[in-house]
Design a protein around this ligand. Structure first.
Ligand code: NAP
Ligand code: G3H
Length: 500
C-alpha cells in the first residue's frame, strides 16, 4: 500500500497549495491547474494558478528575509541542508509514490530521484563549507608597488529563481535550491506544471529542517501565463533554468540583466569505432537511449557507426531494445507512458518522417495510448528530421558513416552540444576524438549521462549556459566581492640586501 507523507498541509482533497512565508496557501485567483496522469489522463490533483500580486508578495518576502539568511553562519546553513536531506530520505517512499503517478516515472527510478536529491543536498552543504576566497598582491604589474592587497570572497546574489523540467521535477529543482540556500540566497521555485505536486513538498521539508519563513517560496502556475512576469521581475537576481532550448531562448529575451544558468536539450551521439566491444556498446546504448522512455536530456539520441560493424551492432541493439519491459510505471518497466499525447504525436511524427524518407524499421513503431514501444531505426540519413531533432521519447536512429571525419562532422553539425559517447578499445583515439567533439562532456565507453553530481555538467550551443554540479552551482549563484587594503609606508623597514 502507498505510504503517505508526514506533511498534512501541502494538499487537501486533491487540491495542492502554493508555498509562501512558511505556509501553504490557496491563490486568490480561484483558478486551479489539473495535474493529469500521463497513463490514462485522469486528474491526479490540482495546483494553484497564482497571480501577479502573489508573485510580488513572495519576492518581497524573499528580500525581507535575505539579509538574515545571508548572515546566518555558513555552518548553520550547511547543517540545515543536511537535516533536509534526512527528511527527504524519511519521506522517500511517499514522495516517490506521487512522482511515479505524476510523471509516469518507474517507481524505483522515482525513489532514486528523491534519494539522489538528498545526497546532492548533503554534498552541496559540504562543498559550501570548503569554498575559499583568495588574496592577491599588487606588485605583479610593472608600475605597481607592493602596497595593495585584495581580499576576495563569495557573496550571495540575492533572490534566485529556480525553474525545473517535468522529467526530474524534484531532482532538477533540488539541484538549484540546495546551492542557492548554501550560498546564502533566498530562493523562489517555479515548478513544472507536470511534476508540481512532488516539487511542492520542498517547502514542508525545508520548513521542518528549520528554514525561516520567506527564504524559500514555491509558486505554481503555467509557464506561459506567469513565466514572462516572473523572469523579468526586477526582484529576481539570477535565473537557474532546466528545460527546453526554446523556453530558454524566451527567458533570455525577457530577463533583465541577471546571470543565467541554463541546462537544456541535447542530441547526444554515440560514436562506435570499428574496434568497440559490441556487447558493452549495445547494452550501454540501449540503456542510455530508452530509460524513462527516452525522456532524458542526456539520452543517447543518435548512433554513428561504421558500415563494417553496423550490422553486428544493430542486431545486438535490436535484440535488447525489443526485450525492454513496457507497462505501467508502478511495475518498474523501462518504457511507460510519455508525458502527454502531444509528445507522443511529436515522436510519432519523427518516426513517420524517417520511414517515408527510407529509414529501416528494426523494432517498435507501435503506440498504445501514451505508450510508444521502443523504436530502432537503421539507415537514417541527414535529410531526416530524427537525425537532428530531440525526440524526448523512445526512438533511436542509427546512422552509418564511412569515416571518422564524417562521424565527427555529423555530431558537431547539431544545434545541440550536451554530451557525446565514444566506444572504442583504443584510448588514444578516444581522447583525440573527444577533443574534437563540440559538446560539454564526452563519455568514453559509457552511455551519456549526468553525474556523479559533483562532476561539472554543461552544454554548448543550444544545450546550455554555464556549469552545474554541486560546487559549480554554488559558484554560479554567488559572486566575487573584493576588499582592497591600501597600505601606507608606516611600519615598513628597508632591509639591507646582500649583494651576492
Ligand atoms: P519546458 O517546456 O521548457 O519547461 C521547463 C520549465 O519551464 C517548466 O517549469 C515550465 O513550466 C517552464 N516554462 C515554460 N514556459 C515558460 C516561460 N515562458 N517562462 C518561464 N518558464 C517557463 O521543458 P520540459 O518539457 O519540462 O522539459 C523537456 C526539455 O528539457 C527537453 O528539451 C530536455 O532536453 C530539457 N531538459 C534538459 C536537461 C538538462 O539538464 N540539460 C534536463 C532535463 C530536461 P510549465 O510546465 O508550467 O509550462
Ligand atoms: O534530463 C536531464 C537530466 O539532467 C539527465 O540526468 O543523466 O542522470 O538521467 P541523468
Amino acid at each position: 500500500m502507498a505510504k503517505s507523507s508526514s506533511f498534512t498541509d501541502v494538499s487537501s482533497g486533491g487540491e495542492y497549495f502554493y508555498f509562501a512565508d512558511g505556509g501553504y496557501t490557496a491563490s486568490g485567483s480561484g483558478k486551479l491547474i489539473d495535474v493529469l496522469n500521463p497513463v490514462d489522463g485522469s486528474v491526479l490533483g490540482r495546483t494553484q494558478a497564482i497571480i501577479r500580486r502573489e508573485l510580488d508578495a513572495v519576492i518581497e518576502s524573499a528580500w525581507r528575509q535575505f539579509p538574515c539568511w545571508r548572515d546566518t553562519p555558513l555552518r548553520e546553513r550547511a547543517e540545515l541542508l543536511h537535516r533536509a536531506a534526512r527528511i527527504m530520505e524519511r519521506e522517500a517512499d511517499a514522495l516517490a509514490d506521487i512522482l511515479c503517478d505524476e510523471i509516469a516515472k518507474p517507481l524505483k527510478s522515482a525513489r532514486e530521484e528523491i534519494v539522489r536529491t538528498a545526497e546532492i543536498f548533503d554534498f552541496t552543504a559540504e562543498d559550501a563549507l570548503r569554498l575559499e576566497g583568495e588574496t592577491k598582491f599588487s606588485d605583479v604589474f610593472a608600475q605597481q608597488k607592493r602596497d595593495k592587497i585584495s581580499l576576495s570572497y563569495r557573496v550571495p546574489l540575492g533572490v534566485v529563481l529556480a525553474i525545473g523540467p517535468f522529467n526530474y521535477p524534484f531532482n532538477l529543482t533540488g539541484t538549484k535550491i540546495a546551492p542557492a540556500l548554501a550560498g546564502g540566497n533566498a530562493c523562489i521555485v517555479k515548478p513544472p506544471s507536470a511534476g508540481a505536486m512532488t516539487c511542492l513538498y520542498f517547502g514542508a521539508i525545508l520548513r521542518e529542517a528549520g528554514l525561516p519563513p520567506g527564504v524559500l517560496s514555491i509558486v505554481t502556475g503555467k509557464g506561459e501565463e506567469i513565466g514572462d512576469y516572473i523572469v523579468s521581475h526586477p526582484g529576481i537576481s539570477m535565473i537557474a533554468f532546466t528545460g527546453s532550448s526554446s523556453t530558454a531562448r524566451r527567458i533570455a529575451s525577457k530577463a533583465s540583466m541577471v546571470p543565467l544558468l541554463f541546462e537544456l536539450g541535447g542530441k547526444d551521439a554515440a560514436l562506435v569505432l570499428p574496434d568497440a566491444d559490441l556487447e558493452l556498446t549495445a547494452s550501454q546504448i540501449v540503456s542510455g537511449a530508452f530509460s524513462y522512455s527516452g525522456q532524458r536530456c542526456t539520452a543517447v539520441k543518435r548512433v554513428l557507426v561504421f558500415e563494417d560493424n553496423a550490422h553486428a551492432l544493430v542486431e545486438r541493439i535490436t535484440a535488447l531494445a525489443s526485450k525492454l519491459a513496457v507497462g505501467p510505471p508502478r511495475g518498474n518497466p523501462v518504457i511507460s507512458a510519455l508525458i502527454s499525447p502531444a509528445q507522443c504525436g511529436y515522436v510519432q511524427g519523427l518516426i513517420d518522417d524517417a520511414l517515408e524518407k527510407g529509414a529501416t524499421l528494426l523494432c517498435g513503431n507501435r503506440r498504445e495510448g501514451n505508450v510508444l514501444h521502443p523504436t530502432v531505426l537503421d539507415h537514417v540519413t541527414t535529410d531526416m528530421r530524427v537525425a537532428w531533432e530531440e525526440p524526448f521519447g523512445p526512438v533511436l536512429p542509427v546512422m552509418r558513416v564511412k569515416s571518422l571525419a564524417e562521424a565527427i562532422d555529423i555530431s558537431n553539425r547539431s544545434e545541440y552540444g550536451l554530451q557525446g559517447s565514444i566506444f572504442t578499445g583504443d584510448i588514444n583515439s578516444a581522447i583525440n576524438i573527444a577533443m574534437q567533439l563540440d559538446v560539454g562532456t564526452v563519455q568514453i565507453n559509457s552511455k551519456t549521462q549526468r553525474g556523479p553530481d559533483h562532476f561539472p555538467f554543461m552544454g554548448t550551443k543550444s544545450s546550455g549556459l554555464g556549469t552545474q554540479g554541486t560546487r559549480y552551482s554554488i559558484e554560479a549563484m554567488t559572486r566575487m566581492k573584493s576588499i582592497v587594503l591600501n597600505l601606507s609606508e608606516k611600519g615598513k623597514v628597508e632591509l639591507a640586501c646582500s649583494a651576492g
